[in-house]
Design a protein around this ligand. Structure first.
Ligand code: SAM
Length: 280
C-alpha cells in the first residue's frame, strides 16, 4: 500500500488481514475446493483472495474502493480464476452476478469474506434474502455480532439477528480472531462464523413470514419486559387485546411472564400463526 501511496480507509472498514495462519484457517472453515464458486466481499489488498484462488475453482471479488484495484491487479495478476469487480456489494444483484460471472453457475456457491464491519448486517440480510442456494457462507465479523448469529435461546446474545439468520441457516461460531492480527488493528475482536443451509427443517412453517418477523422484532424491542407485555405492545393496548393475548399464550402453553429470549424460533412461528388465525 505504501508503494501505491495508499492508506487504509476507516470509513470503508479497511482492516487488512495478512496472517497466513488465520487466512488458511478461514479457507479451511469454508472447506473451499476446486468444485467451488466463491464470492468474496471486500478483497482489500487481496491476501484472502489469493488463498481462495489457490483453493477454489473460480473466485469473484467485489471491492468498492477503486484505489485498491492496482494493488489487487499486482497481487492477483497470475491467477486466471479470479475476477475483481469494482462495485458496492449492496448495489449488486447477487443471483444475477452468479449467473453472469461463473463459468458453471450450477456448481456450489460459497461466500468467504472478512466483511467491512460498518455494513455487516445489511450484507448478511442481502445474502439471506436472495433465492441463491448457498453451499456455505463463512465470514469474519465483530465478535459480538458473531455471537448473536450463533446464539441459542435463553442467552444474552439471542435476539432478532439470531432468529433471522437461523430461520434459513445453521450458524456456528468457528473461531475467534484477536484484533492484533489486523493492519490497522480495529477497536474490537473478531470471529469467524460459518453458515450452512438448515439441516433440520423447521417444525412448523410460518403462514406469514412478514408477520413472523414483525412479531420477533416487536417482542425484542424491550428485552427486559415480559413476553406478554411485549406482545401487547405489538398488538396494541386495550383490555380486550390483553385478554386475548394472555389466552393465546395459555393455549400455546407459554408462560406470559417469561422474557422474549426464552422463546425458540419454532415457538415464535406457532405464535405468529395463531395471531394470524385469530385475526389479532
Ligand atoms: N479481505 C481483506 C482482508 O481480509 O484483509 C479486506 C477486508 S476489510 C475488513 C473490508 C473490505 O471491504 C475493504 O477492502 C473495503 O474497501 C471493502 N468494502 C467496504 N465497503 C464495501 C462495499 N460496500 N462493497 C464492497 N466492498 C466494500
Amino acid at each position: 500500500m505504501e508503494r501505491y501511496g495508499l492508506r487504509a480507509k476507516k470509513s470503508l472498514g479497511q482492516n487488512f488481514l495478512t496472517d497466513l495462519n488465520v487466512l488458511s484457517k478461514i479457507v479451511s472453515a469454508a472447506d473451499v475446493g476446486p468444485e467451488d464458486n466463491v464470492i468474496e466481499i471486500g478483497p482489500g489488498i487481496g491476501a484472502l483472495t489469493e488463498q481462495l484462488a489457490l483453493a477454489a475453482g473460480q473466485v469473484v471479488a467485489l471491492e468498492v474502493d477503486t484505489s485498491l484495484l492496482p494493488v489487487l491487479d499486482e497481487v492477483l495478476g497470475e491467477y486466471d480464476n479470479v475476477k475483481v469487480i469494482n462495485q458496492d456489494v449492496l448495489d449488486v444483484d447477487i443471483a444475477a452476478l452468479i449467473d453472469r460471472e461463473f463459468d458453471d453457475p450450477s456448481k456450489p456457491v460459497k461466500v468467504v469474506a472478512n466483511l467491512p464491519y460498518y455494513i455487516t448486517t445489511p450484507i448478511l440480510l442481502q445474502l439471506l434474502n436472495t433465492e441463491v442456494k448457498w453451499s456455505k457462507i463463512v465470514v469474519m465479523l465483530q465478535k459480538e455480532v458473531a455471537q448473536r448469529l450463533a446464539a441459542n435461546p435463553g442467552t444474552k446474545a439471542y435476539g432478532t439477528l439470531s432468529l433471522t439468520v437461523q430461520y434459513k441457516m445453521d450458524a456456528e461460531l468457528a473461531f475467534e480472531v484477536p484484533r492484533t492480527v489486523f493492519v490497522p488493528s480495529p477497536n474490537v475482536d473478531s470471529a469467524i462464523v460459518s453458515l450452512e443451509p438448515r439441516k433440520k427443517e423447521l417444525a412448523v412453517k410460518p403462514d406469514d413470514e412478514k408477520l413472523l418477523f414483525r412479531l420477533i422484532k416487536g417482542c425484542f424491542s424491550h428485552r427486559r419486559k415480559t413476553l406478554s407485555n411485549n406482545l401487547q405492545s405489538v398488538l396494541g393496548k386495550g383490555a380486550e387485546i390483553k385478554k386475548q393475548s394472555l389466552q393465546l399464550l395459555e393455549d400455546l402453553n407459554i408462560s406470559p411472564t417469561i422474557r422474549p429470549e426464552s422463546l425458540s424460533l419454532d415457538q415464535f412461528i406457532l405464535l405468529a400463526n395463531q395471531l394470524k388465525q385469530r385475526n389479532l
